[in-house]
Ligand binder design. Structure first.
Ligand code: NPG
Length: 369
C-alpha cells in the first residue's frame, strides 16, 4: 500500500464546559488530525496531545511539528502496511502520541481498502461497551454534586472524579453518600501526590468508600512508590501516565505497582501497542480499561474499537460526544442505556463531516514524497 500523501490538519473545537484536572484546564480541544491518502482512499487519525505539555511532555504544536518534519516524511511515497509503521517510525525517539495518530491513519486506510472494521482488526469481541464519564476538579462540593447528578440522570453507570491534595476525601465521600453504593466510582490524581507517606495519609479514608480504583496518585516514573502505596491501601491502584508500553506494563505488574491498568493508545505509541498492553494484562489477570483524552469522534471511534477487546472488564473514559462537544466533527456518539455502540463499518467506521471540519480547521500542511 503506497502512501501518496499525508495531511496534518489543526482543528480547534470548543468544549461545552471547561475541564480542570491536576494537569491544567482545557477550554478547547486543539486536535491534530492526520489524513493519509492512498489512491482514492483516505484514512484518518487523531493525535491526543493537549494544547500545553501538562499531562505529558507532548503537546499539540510539538506533535504537529514532529509529524510534519520527521514522521510523515518517513512514510510518504513508501509501500508500507500498518503493521510496519511503528518500526519505520522507531528511529525517531519518543513522541508516542504523534506516532499513534499517523499509525491510526494508515490502519484506517488499509482497513477501508480491505472493507474491515478496526474493531475486528484489533480483536474486539463485543459490539457495545459501557460508558464512563470523567468529572473535573470543581470549585465547590455543591457544584460537583450537581455535575455528577446530571451525568447519573443521563445514564452514565460509572463516574471518575479528578482529585488532588486538598480536593480528595471530602468531595468523594459527598458523591458516594449522595448517589449511593450502586454508582461505579473511581478517582484520578494525575500524579499530584508528592510522597508515599503523604498520599497514604490523605487517601486512606477512601478505602471506606468502595471505589473501583485510585488512578495514578504518584509521579509517572515512581513505580516503587506506587508498589509501596498499594500495600498501604485496600483500594486497588491503577496506573495511567506510567504505562508507556507493553514492556512497562509487564514491569509495573511484576513489581506490584498496580492492580489495574488504564491504556491510552496515544500514550503507548499506537493502537497496535495498546492491544499488546491489553494482552499483557489479560495474561496476568489484571483488569484493563480504555482511557480518554477528550477525543473528537475520530479518536473516540478508535477507542471504542479497542475497549471492545475481552480484557477490558472495567468501563473506560468513554462518554457520548455531547459530554465534550456541542458539535463533533463526525456524527456524534450517543449514549444508549449507559452504553456506546462500537463502530462496525470499514476502518474507524466514521469520517469527518466536511462542513464541520472546514469550519473548525485553522491550518493544513500537506506532505508529499
Ligand atoms: O473522557 O476523554 C475523556 C477525558 C478523560 O479525564 C480524562 N482524561 O488524565 O486521563 C486523564 C484525563 C486527561 C484529559 C488528562 C485531558 C489531561 C488532559
Amino acid at each position: 500500500m503506497r502512501i501518496d500523501r499525508v495531511e496534518i490538519r489543526r482543528v480547534s473545537l470548543p468544549l461545552v464546559t471547561p475541564f480542570r484536572s491536576a494537569a491544567g484546564v482545557e477550554l478547547d480541544r486543539n486536535a491534530v488530525l492526520v489524513r493519509t491518502v492512498v489512491g482514492d482512499v483516505e484514512g484518518w487519525g487523531e493525535c491526543v496531545a493537549m494544547t500545553a505539555p501538562l499531562y505529558s511532555s507532548e503537546y499539540a504544536d510539538g506533535a504537529a511539528h514532529v509529524l510534519i518534519h520527521h514522521l510523515a516524511p518517513r512514510l510518504v511515497g513508501r509501500d508500507v502496511h500498518a503493521d510496519a509503521v511503528a518500526a519505520v517510525l522507531a528511529e525517531v525517539k519518543g513522541h508516542p502520541m504523534a506516532k499513534a495518530a499517523l499509525e491510526l491513519a494508515v490502519l484506517d486506510s488499509e482497513l477501508r481498502i480491505e472493507g474491515r472494521s478496526l474493531a475486528a482488526r484489533l480483536g474486539a469481541t463485543r459490539d457495545r461497551v459501557p460508558a464512563g464519564v470523567a468529572v473535573g476538579l470543581a470549585s465547590s462540593i455543591g457544584e460537583l454534586l450537581d455535575t455528577v447528578h446530571g451525568f447519573v440522570e443521563a445514564g452514565y453507570p460509572r463516574v471518575k472524579l479528578k482529585i488532588e491534595p486538598g480536593w480528595d476525601v471530602a468531595p468523594v465521600r459527598a458523591v458516594r453518600e449522595r448517589f449511593g453504593p450502586d454508582l461505579l466510582l473511581q478517582v484520578d490524581a494525575n500524579g499530584s501526590y508528592t510522597s508515599v507517606a503523604d498520599a497514604a495519609a490523605r487517601l486512606a479514608p477512601l478505602d471506606d468508600l468502595d471505589l473501583l480504583l485510585i488512578e495514578q496518585p504518584l509521579e509517572d516514573d515512581d513505580l516503587e512508590g506506587h508498589a509501596d502505596l498499594g500495600r498501604r491501601l485496600t483500594t486497588p491502584l491503577c496506573l495511567d501516565e506510567s504505562i508507556t508500553s507493553a514492556r512497562a506494563t509487564e514491569r509495573a505488574i511484576a513489581m506490584g505497582a498496580c492492580r489495574v491498568v488504564n491504556v491510552k493508545a496515544g500514550r503507548v505509541g499506537g493502537f497496535l501497542e495498546a492491544v499488546r498492553v491489553h494482552d499483557v494484562c489479560l495474561a496476568a489477570g489484571v483488569p484493563v480499561w480504555c482511557g480518554g483524552m477528550l477525543e473528537t469522534g475520530l479518536g473516540r471511534a478508535a477507542n471504542l474499537a479497542l475497549a471492545a477487546l475481552p480484557g477490558f472488564t472495567l468501563p473506560g473514559d468513554l462518554s457520548a460526544s455531547d459530554r465534550w462537544f456541542a458539535e463533533d466533527i463526525t456524527e456524534p456518539f450517543v449514549l444508549d442505556g449507559g452504553e456506546l455502540a462500537v463502530p462496525d463499518g470499514p476502518g474507524l467506521g466514521v469520517t469527518p463531516r466536511p462542513d464541520v471540519l472546514t469550519e473548525h480547521t485553522h491550518a493544513v500542511e500537506i506532505i508529499r514524497p
